[in-house]
Ligand binder design. Structure first.
Ligand code: URA
Length: 211
């Protein structure tokens, strides 16, 4: 089973009016793009979950697959393939045979936000889907959160304090149900271009996820 559609927002989701309006405005400009809430990628039976922020306008919102088509995806998928967490060829339009291996990718917000920045209420509105996803991943052992917002969303799910579990790169938190949360700087083009996140740093967290 790839996706439990019942735990994904409807394609015409109206929970976040700002995001709905943004989506609709892109639809007018680029009618051939996906332009809908982006569903998770990879099997629900996986042991690992990678949690991103939200679809990029010209990336996942264009192609319909998380991280596919933008700079962040280039870094993420290359590293997953190198570490046998994915196989096949990655293509920026998503027309490829890429398969994740025991690993699933989701976003804390399923719709593209203006300027890549969802608001707190939008993260809260979409948290229903993240919660359902975690509860339904019966084999889940490790969660890799890309960026502070994703990291804090997982802490929220477990009712853990943000001050006692502050976000940093390669931070590990032992969760109450024995799963492990790993924090990473987001693999956005901005972070990789400024060297806030180097290839070596990212490789370290992917190896943590893998082992
Ligand atoms: N694309 C996604 O799907 N999520 C991100 O967090 C960034 C790019």
């Amino acid at each position: 089973m790839e996706t439990k559609d019942i735990y994904e927002p409807p394609f015409d989701c109206t929970k976040c009016p700002r995001l709905r309006n943004f989506r609709n405005s892109i639809k007018i400009e680029y009618p051939s793009w996906y332009n809908k809430p982006v569903r998770s990628f990879g099997s629900i039976s996986s042991k690992k979950l990678i949690v991103g922020l939200a679809p990029g306008k010209k990336g996942a919102n264009r192609t319909g697959r998380p991280f596919t088509g933008d700079g962040a995806g280039e870094t993420l998928f290359k590293s997953l393939i190198r570490n046998n967490l994915a196989k096949g060829l990655y293509n920026i339009d998503g027309f490829d045979n890429l398969k994740l291996i025991n690993c699933r990718i989701t976003n804390i917000v399923k719709c593209v936000p203006p300027k890549n920045k969802p608001k707190a209420n939008e993260i809260k509105n979409c948290s229903f889907y993240l919660k359902k996803e975690i509860v339904n991943m019966k084999n889940l052992k490790k969660i890799l959160a890309l960026g502070r917002d994703a990291f804090n969303s997982i802490l929220n799910f477990y009712g853990l304090s943000k001050t006692q579990n502050s976000f940093s790169h390669n931070k590990k938190v032992f969760l109450p149900d024995s799963k492990i949360l790993i924090g990473s700087y987001h693999c956005s083009r901005y972070n990789t271009n400024t060297k806030r996140l180097t290839d070596k740093m990212f490789e370290e967290v992917i190896k943590e996820l893998k082992c």
